[in-house]
Design a protein around this ligand. Structure first.
Ligand SMILES: C[S@@+](CC[C@H](N)C(=O)[O-])C[C@H]1O[C@@H](n2cnc3c(N)ncnc32)[C@H](O)[C@@H]1O
Length: 174
């Protein structure tokens, strides 16, 4: 990792190039890859999250993160608190969507239980850590299951692709 332990952002074990899921049929898009061998449980990348402004709706943008424990996520709202005089005081943005640092926006996704990384969200400090869920070889594409994959409008088609095997399996069963 970085020679500066106090750094809030470190994506030195990750690089970005054309995704292994991308081809002429799907169109060209990028993905995040392991730059070195990474052991199960090891930190892959850490970084910061910047909350997006009032009115932003992440349902329409696949490159940002859900940054809330609420599911499904809502459009950002300004949070108010009653003051002692009975007035309302604006506390700032609740920021239920966030922009991630480093290589984090480039991780592609896969279905539950198959990802080689997992993102830990520290909402109170607006930062994240991504850990390896198994040993990863240098050059492997890094994937995490998007928590909004099943309900975010912009991921509707992607969710169908990722879960295609499940629906085939279900229709075989029924
Ligand atoms: C957070 S971005 C990931 C980075 C993106 N591929 C790029 O080039 O900027 C999410 C988008 O990546 C694509 N994507 C993610 N996982 C995918 C997958 N398993 N198969 C195909 N496309 C995927 C979809 O277009 C999705 O909306």
């Amino acid at each position: 990792m970085s020679a500066r332990p106090e750094t809030k952002i470190d994506c030195s074990k990750v690089y970005v190039k054309q995704s292994s899921f991308s081809n002429e049929q799907t169109g060209m898009f990028d993905g995040a890859f392991a730059a070195v061998d990474i052991k199960e449980g090891e930190l892959v990348e850490k970084g910061v999250m910047r909350r997006l402004p009032d009115g932003f709706d992440g349902n329409t943008c696949p490159y940002i993160f859900t940054w809330s424990t609420e599911r499904p996520n809502k459009v950002n709202m300004i949070r108010f608190e009653a003051t002692q005089t009975g007035d309302a005081c604006a506390l700032g943005l609740s920021g239920t969507w966030g922009m991630g640092s480093g290589c984090s926006p480039f991780y592609n996704t896969c279905k539950e239980g198959t990802a080689n990384t997992h993102m830990v969200r520290h909402f109170d400090e607006d930062r994240f850590e991504i850990y390896a869920t198994r040993d990863i070889k240098a050059g492997e594409e890094l994937l995490h299951t998007y928590i909004s994959l099943k309900w975010r409008t912009c991921f509707q088609e992607l969710s169908e692709i990722v879960h295609a095997d499940d629906s085939e399996h279900k229709s075989e069963e029924s």
